[in-house]
Design a protein around this ligand. Sequence first.
Ligand code: HMG
Length: 440
Amino acid sequence: MAAVGIDAMEIWTGKLVLDLPNTFAPVKDEAPAKYTKGLGLTGSSLPDVYEDIVTMGANACKRLMERKGLTPNDIGRIDVATESSFDRSKPASTYIAGCLEQVFDGDFSHTNKGERKFACLSGTQAIDDACNWIRAGRHRGRGALVVVTDTALYERDDPGEATQGAGAVAIYITETPSVVALSREQGIGSKDETDFLKPNQQFPSVDGKRSIGVYLDRVREALHDYESVAGRIHKADVAFLPFHTPFPGMVRKAALMTYRHLIDGTDEANALRELVGEAPDADAFDDAEAYKKARYDHQKAIRKTPLYREWYEATVQPTLSLSRRTGNWYTGSVHIARASALLEAAQHDVDIAGQRMLVGSYGSGAQAEMHTETVCPGWHAEIDALTIVEQLDARYDLSFDEYERVHQAHTYDVEVAVEPFTTPNNEFVFSGYGAMGERQ
Ligand code: HMG
């Protein structure tokens, strides 16, 4: 078997947007630049009152199936990855299959369905399972649907509130991929952590500052683990670096660490050292704060060098163009980073077939995964078919008062009737709970 990977994808954004610099920042009495430059975000996608993880996921799948001419008989697995699940028994994939059966001929009675959680890592794990299912020859000629879908909301006034988002990505995996083929090798960095959790609660308890360090530690470990099996990877091997993007500022930190690793031992590392000196040595400092400051200044100096800036603009910046406008989609996050990179390449009419991406997935709790993906010859046509930029442009721009009401409408233990802000158009909508309490 030559390659297994992503044959097609569709992205569905929540239909509302909270403008962070212009609507959120003034109410929080913060400088708009904290959001646009510090976190790297301009807006948060939020779901309208008739949208949730099932409608967004089912709408992404419907569009994908219509565009690819697929019927239920073409699909042997549906796996949903979500951190916003509302049913502790039935997987969300059963609800999504139920929606799709209303509009497509045939049914999904032969289809294996499941649900996973662990942020975007869980979507990557589901893709990995699907690839292995195909490689094992158990797919009977069928493809697999992986649906990553979340309403990533934080409690009001939590620092994480600025990084919220909502949307879904439907990803179709086959043995004849048009978009990217996945490497068999993968690296893992994993440790039981308690910086971000939601046991029996809708909104996460987060130690935000610590979560940044935990993310970097796991990503570093996953990169080393990947190289232990796939061999050393160099800067020239990597065209794009799509990483889990809770907010672009997080990826900015992870990218700097990755760049230094990719150039380690090369002439470029020597050239960089001549420009910015050696990295400060922790042992040379008695005071932890002084060391932190010296390290921060050294990193800032690297960021300013033309060497780093050129690499960052080409390899990292293109992966952030969607998430900058959407916020964190938890499970969808790395999958829109991949799509961003491909969209940017398509917009600039660059043929990247055959080039490799180093893909970094992450889930709090905590685990990172690294693998590489090779862009397939059919990537351009698939990416041209995406409508995500038009969807983002068409979102309803909420006032702060409207945002407060929408947030309440999506809070599980608050009952509040809020009129929709947008009009559904030939799509699945949430219409309430049935007699047994299940969603319809
Ligand atoms: P905060 O305390 O509100 O923000 O929370 P801050 O004061 O740290 O400022 C943020 C950045 O803006 C900083 O940049 C500031 O310097 C800068 P940095 O120094 O770190 O590079 N800044 C400014 N820049 C320009 N002009 C200004 C200005 N003011 C400040 N005027 C925090 C930030 C990330 C902690 C918060 O948003 C949070 O708690 N977020 C949620 C947790 C999170 O996203 N963690 C990321 C890693 S964990 C992860 O990715 C997993 C996750 O997706 C969950 C899952 O598994 O699904 C979250």
